[in-house]
Write a protein that binds this ligand. Sequence first.
Ligand code: IPE
Ligand code: IPE
Ligand code: MG
Ligand code: MG
Ligand code: MG
Length: 399
Amino acid sequence: MRRPFAPVAAGENVTLPRRGMRVNTQPAADAEDVVKALRAEAGRVEERLDACLRAGNCPAGLLAAMRYSLFAGGKRIRPVLCVLSARVPAPPGPDLADAVLTFACALECIHTYSLIHDDLPAMDDDDFRRGRPSCHRQFDEASAILAGDALLTDAFALAAGCAGPALPAGRVLRAVAATAKAAGSAGMVGGQFLDMLYTGGTEPGLEQTAAARAGKNDAAPRLEKAATMQVEQSDAVPRTGQTAVARAGKNDAVPRLEKAASLRTGQSGTAPNLEELAAMQAMKTGAMLRLPCEVGAMLAGACPETAGALARYGAALGAAFQITDDILDVAGDAALLGKPVGSDSAARKCTYPSLLGLQKSREIAEQHAERAVTALDGLEGESAALLRGLAAYVVNRVF
Ligand code: IPE
Ligand code: IPE
Ligand code: MG
Ligand code: MG
Ligand code: MG
């Protein structure tokens, strides 16, 4: 299997995004340039990760499990988003670029930990990840849990250590706080909790979809309206400068989502509606895709307008990313994905395809991607163009 961004031999076909993205005023990099740039940036991330994850006092067996999952060929989208976002305000000097790269690697460590734990038998119980046996299959459950714990914790040491002459400690502190918030109980971990709560339900979503397809009742307009509302919301939230997480904390959305879900079935294994599903995905995946864009802006000292645009971009990209992940679980190729397909329906997960079907899910993912592009309106330069191109890449990807 060709892993994402592995060096391509001359003449080898590269899998490229298929469809174009409507662009407003500024140009988006074309698909080939996006893939090339991703591969180049991902290579730098890998090199830095390799240098950062060295033995020290870490027991050899633990380090082996950490490195096994980390160097298995992930796309490195989160660190690449961070590095590109930091270049949007202005090209950073070499020392600042160096510090940003290390911070970006910390984000990849957190993401990899989330994948290791996501695959555990107590969670999604998936045996393959990044084209090889999941960490707990290659090692054992205890090693996988601890490798995840170590990657998460060490990531914060790596991130905090980025402060220096080129990168003021105040900026790093803000970025570390934002990272903890996005990764934690009100972000990724909270979203994963809701995902588990919603897993194993009675699939009324599938009935709704079937009914909507057959045109038998009013389910389709209702679902479509909810989907459109969600797209609107993804734009509205970042404009206020709040994260989804902050909003959740402020208006009590998370307890409400949890309560609504358990009320419906009175047990775990519940069936969320579209609004609940979108909110859960904004936490479990959106928070960790918006974060690198915010952190890149923060570390580079971007002005509030640029920082806000990048945050809006990241939030919309995150929504597009997870919907596409759900689509790929139905319609993707396991050999390309490097992880199983059909895992969501086997576990009776609530996803966009399970609620709305593939076609509608694709449309909504593309709407989110277009909003990501629109968010960057007015931002010039190569990095902004690459970020715009990346939005199309995210919805057209095959792994
Ligand atoms: C997979 O993330 C998990 C989700 C949040 C959907 P990626 O698709 O970025 O996985 P890697 O890092 O490339 O393996
Ligand atoms: C996981 O979502 C999101 C995380 C926070 C890790 P999924 O469970 O859909 O991710 P995959 O499909 O296993 O990569
Ligand atoms: Mg999961
Ligand atoms: Mg999973
Ligand atoms: Mg998935």
